[in-house]
Design a protein around this ligand. Structure first.
Ligand code: PRP
Length: 184
């Protein structure tokens, strides 16, 4: 039991050691699956994916290019509102083997939008990788490379934030309900 948890946090959901072990497994699987590819394109979705992508990319044994996109959803609800691109890729992905790298799949809205949008740009292949996915009855979306399924609670750390806080924690933790309820 940790005694030094920040008072905003209820408990550690995924430890640093467990995350790092799973990052290695994911990178190994990707490296095997793309062993015959000349290179792959990793597309990190800002901001949340930057830590996971940095660790994942450094474990790959297949040649890779890293690029980033930023998207935004209108409104705070993860259930409604449109997704829009606020920062696009620098280069064309036509003919490339692309993996979209996310920190979390929550409602699935962001990844669904990205698959549709990027799929229209003519990649040779398009797959998805996410460190975590929230367990939701309503989620009908396959993640090709997935680290963990987690409960449907507010999580922070390893790229995930609450109002820009706790993003750089090395583990994933559950935020106390009172923290986000007090902020309305
Ligand atoms: C988070 C996360 C995903 C998205 C997932 O980003 O990084 O991109 O939400 O949610 P969904 O499955 O319900 O679409 P967020 O909007 O919090 O932005 P950030 O990464 O910049 O913190």
């Amino acid at each position: 039991m940790r005694t030094d948890l920040h008072p905003d946090l209820a408990r550690v959901l995924v430890s640093e050691d467990t995350i790092q072990a799973h990052v290695k497994v994911l990178a190994h699987q990707i490296s095997l699956d793309y062993a015959d590819a000349e290179k792959i394109y990793l597309i990190g979705i800002l901001k949340g994916s930057f830590i996971f992508l940095a660790d994942l990319a450094r474990e790959l044994s297949v040649d890779h290019v890293v690029d980033f996109m930023a998207v935004s959803s209108y409104g705070n609800s993860t259930e409604s509102g449109a997704v829009r691109i606020v920062m696009d890729l620098r280069e064309s992905i036509a003919g490339q083997h692309v993996i979209v790298v996310e920190d979390i799949v929550d409602s699935g809205k962001t990844l669904t939008y990205l698959l549709d949008t990027l799929g229209g740009r003519g990649p040779a292949s398009l797959r998805t990788c996410s460190l975590v996915r929230k367990r939701r009855e309503s989620l009908d979306l396959t993640v090709d490379y997935l680290g963990f399924d987690i409960p449907d609670v507010w999580v922070v750390g390893y790229g995930l934030d609450y109002a820009e806080k706790h993003r750089t924690l090395p583990f994933i933790a559950e935020l106390k309900e009172e923290v986000y309820q007090n902020d309305g």
